[in-house]
Structures are given as structure tokens and as C-alpha cells.
Design a protein around this ligand. Structure first.
Ligand code: AMP
Length: 441
């Protein structure tokens, strides 16, 4: 299959070629012709499948072929996160570099006035997160009455993040006659309800779920004493000479602390999470992408939708307590056909989470012990015991209005042990000794 057969005009084909894409991805091959026909589309595709180009290329062509009646935007793309919004606009710029259409992006966390100025000057394509878009609508600084094409990108994430009411309010501001494209990685009852009310006679396009990234990505678990995680991470980064590592922590505070600690170990690191200003997040991501920092420490929310080309290493410094997040995390690597590795540092208390993850991905993840790190030292063990007792007290203390999700399952000492590794092999050139095994069931 070649891009030339999809009905795209020369200016767009040139832009695609200069990106070095040889052939369309499955979602592109299937979506581009039907979007060009003006059909509504329900696309089942995750980040990493090439879905951004799948809707952006035909959208650019359609708008380029029609006359703008005013300065108001003619296409609206709604996305769950600021980062994703910024990335989509970047793609629009890239693919639209040979045609004269204007685009802008609006999201919260940054000043609204520069956005107002840009909207006033006129745009053809507006990329937005729902909350800030409604701010503009309330202030009367955006006119959505000329929208001809609406895209809901990562619609399932938007629903997860509680944007359904915002989306419904936005829909009321749009003209009835328009083309609608909805992309979602999962197809839940909620998505079905949303798409039933939104799409007219849609073409349904489904491409392989990104869960298959779990096959592209080499996954490994290093059992580790709880207090040895930081030392093990530094050891792995240095010994294996990892140059670009995305590390996940469960909390914003943990992300900050780890980035600082790694820096004191001589490893350039920065953190990205929801408490950081938008400009700090943008800078952290840019520094990481450009190779100016070696490690980006992120929380799940901050990492959603991040498109980092050919990311070789993802590390779960802590396992997520929601198993699906593991799949999203490791989906940051092994994308667009490139192999990557996903390393999880797992202490005893996290084993129940690991079981949930393995159940979800229907796979037993390889375990590799790294000599010297897989147990706490005696002193650390004492600290752990104290923390554990404290944790137990908290768990059993009466509490009000707290969800039991996740928290109660991670009881220290709970769960079964790792199987003893079958074979040991000395690694060359490093201090650490590893032993590999598959954990059979
Ligand atoms: P997306 O799913 O839109 O986030 O795209 C994932 C990645 O795939 C991006 O880094 C794109 O630059 C890349 N990409 C998109 N289309 C193609 C293609 N036809 N061939 C190779 N890479 C692509």
C-alpha cells in the first residue's frame, strides 16, 4: 500500500514523504479515503498507531479545498491532555507545511490572552482541551458556529478524566451539520452512547489494539528491596548505558524526589507532573526529546498521550495499582515498529499489583534478579518493618469516605513470592550479577 493511492493531494504527499514515511499505517490506509469522502468515522486506535495523521491529513485537504467564510475555526480537535493537544498541533504544522491553513492550540495552565490574540487573528483548525475551550466560549473569545469537522481524540481518556459534561456543553455550541470523527482505544458502553449520539452512519475502523505493544516490548521484572530501588535504577542506567529513559512513579512528590536523587547520582534527570507549570512541563519534555536530559520521571497523568519517538527504555519505578496503566506506560516504547524494553522494579508489597497486570496482559513477565539489590540490607529491613507496622495501623484504623481501591491490596508481606531463578549467569563488564528465569505457573 502506498500513500499515493489514498486520494491525497501533492502538497500533503510531499509533507508525508519528508517525514520519511514509506507507507500508510493500517488506520491511515482505512481512514483517509473515507474521511475525504466526508463520512463520519468511529476509529478504534491507540496512540502510536499513526492515528493523528489519519485524521489530520484528510482534514487539511478538505479545509484547503473549501473557502473560509470568516475567521472562525472550521475544524475542532478535542483532546484529554495539554501535551497531546500540543503534539497534535505540531503534527498539523508538519503535515500542513505546504498549504496555507492556520491552526492554534488552547489549553489550561498557561495565560489565556495570547490564545485570545491568536483566535482573534483567525484560525482554520483549533486544537483544544475541553475546559479551556469552554473558558473561551464563555468569554466570547471563540466562535464555534463555523465548525465543519469535529474530532474527539482519545475519547475514552476524556471520559475517564471526567470530561463528558464539558464535551456535551461543547457539542451544543457546534452547528448540527458537520463531519464527526471519534477515536478511542477502547469501546465501552459509555463510548458507544457517546458515539451513537454524535456520529451519523459512521464507518467503523478498528486496528490492532496497542496491547500488542506488550509483544513488541521486552518486559522484565527486577525484584528489589523497597529501599534499594533508587540505587538499582542508577546502577542499571549507568551499567547498561541507557541514554533515554522514561521512569514512572506513582506520585508527583515521588517523581520530584527521584529526579533530584538521580541528579545527585550524576544522572541528568527531570520530572514532569500535574503540579508543574505548563511551560515547565513543555521544557522538560523538549529537553528529554532532544537528549539534553537522560531521564524523564513522570506520573501516569503527565505521561498520557506523550509521543516520544523511538523511546528505548521505560522503567516502572513503582508498579501502577491500576493494571491498565501498566499497558499505557509500556506503550511509550516499542512504538512504530521499534523494539523497546520495559523494566519494572518490584518490591514484595507490589506483588499483588503484578498479579493483576499479568492477568490483564495474559502473560507471565520474565524475572531477573540483580545480585546485591534484590533484598533490603538488615538496617533497611528494620526500617521497612517499622513502616509496615505503621501502614497496618493506618489500614485498620477507622477511616471515613475513602475508597478501598488498590490501597488495601498492597499489604506488606501479602501475596506469593517470586519463583527462585533457575539459572545464573555472570554478566560481563559490570559489578552486578543477574540471573534470569521465566516464572512458570
Ligand atoms: P500517533 O499514533 O498519531 O501518535 O503516531 C505515532 C507515531 O508514528 C508518530 O511518531 C508518527 O510520527 C509516526 N507515524 C505516523 N504515521 C506513520 C507512517 N505512515 N509511517 C511511519 N511512522 C508514522
Amino acid at each position: 500500500m502506498s500513500f499515493d493511492k489514498l486520494g491525497l493531494e501533492a502538497e500533503l504527499l510531499r509533507a508525508v514523504r519528508s517525514e520519511g514515511y514509506d507507507e500508510p499505517t493500517p488506520i491511515q490506509a482505512q481512514s483517509i479515503p473515507v474521511i475525504l469522502e466526508g463520512r463520519d468515522v468511529l476509529g478504534g486506535a491507540q496512540t502510536g498507531t499513526g492515528k493523528t495523521a489519519a485524521f489530520t491529513l484528510p482534514m487539511l485537504q478538505i479545509l484547503n479545498g473549501r473557502e473560509a467564510k470568516s475567521r472562525a475555526p472550521r475544524a475542532l480537535i478535542l483532546t484529554p491532555t495539554r501535551e497531546l493537544a500540543a503534539q497534535i498541533q505540531e503534527s498539523i504544522r508538519t503535515y500542513g507545511k505546504n498549504i496555507r491553513l492556520r491552526s492554534t492550540v488552547v489549553f489550561g495552565g498557561v495565560g489565556i490572552h495570547p490564545q485570545i490574540d491568536k483566535l482573534r487573528r483567525g484560525v482554520d483548525i483549533l486544537v483544544a482541551t475541553p475546559g479551556r475551550l469552554l473558558d473561551h466560549a464563555e468569554r466570547g473569545t471563540v466562535n464555534l458556529a463555523q465548525i465543519e469537522i469535529l474530532v474527539l481524540d482519545e475519547a475514552d481518556r476524556m471520559l475517564d478524566m471526567g470530561f463528558i459534561h464539558d464535551i456535551k456543553r461543547v457539542l451544543k455550541l457546534l452547528p448540527a451539520n458537520r463531519q464527526n470523527l471519534l477515536f478511542s482505544a477502547t469501546y465501552s458502553d459509555e463510548i458507544k452512547r457517546l458515539s451513537d449520539g454524535l456520529l451519523h452512519n459512521p464507518v467503523m475502523i478498528e486496528v490492532a489494539r496497542r496491547n500488542t505493544a506488550t509483544e513488541l516490548t521486552e518486559q522484565v521484572i527486577h525484584p528489589v528491596g523497597r529501599t534499594r530501588k533508587r540505587a538499582l535504577l542508577s546502577h542499571l542506567i549507568k551499567e547498561d548505558e541507557w541514554t533515554q529513559v522514561l521512569v514512572f512513579t506513582r506520585t508527583k512528590h515521588g517523581a520530584n524526589r527521584l529526579a533530584k536523587q538521580l541528579a545527585t547520582d550524576g544522572i541528568d534527570s527531570t520530572a514532569i507532573h500535574g503540579n508543574k507549570s505548563q511551560s515547565a512541563r513543555t521544557k522538560a519534555l523538549a529537553d528529554f526529546k532532544a537528549g539534553r536530559v537522560r531521564v524523564l520521571v513522570a506520573t501516569d497523568i503527565a505521561a498520557r498521550g506523550l509521543d516520544i519517538d523511538s523511546l528505548p527504555h521505560v522503567v516502572n519505578f513503582e508498579l501502577p495499582n491500576v493494571a491498565e496503566d501498566y499497558v499505557h506506560r509500556i506503550g511509550r516504547t516499542g512504538r512504530a515498529g521499534l523494539n523497546g524494553t520495559a523494566v519494572s522494579l518490584v518490591c514484595t508489597a507490589e506483588r499483588p499489583f503484578l498479579r493483576d497486570i499479568e492477568r490483564l496482559i495474559k502473560k507471565t513477565i520474565r524475572v531477573e534478579e540483580i545480585e546485591g539489590f534484590h533484598q533490603d540490607t538488615d538496617a533497611e529491613h528494620k526500617v521497612n518493618m517499622r513502616d509496615d507496622a505503621e501502614e497496618k495501623r493506618r489500614q485498620f484504623a477507622p477511616k471515613r469516605g475513602r475508597s478501598s481501591r488498590g490501597g488495601g491490596r498492597s499489604g506488606p508481606g501479602g501475596g506469593e513470592g517470586f519463583r527462585k531463578p533457575a539459572a545464573r549467569s555472570k554478566r560481563s563488564g559490570g559489578g552486578g550479577q543477574r540471573s534470569g528465569s521465566s516464572r512458570g505457573r
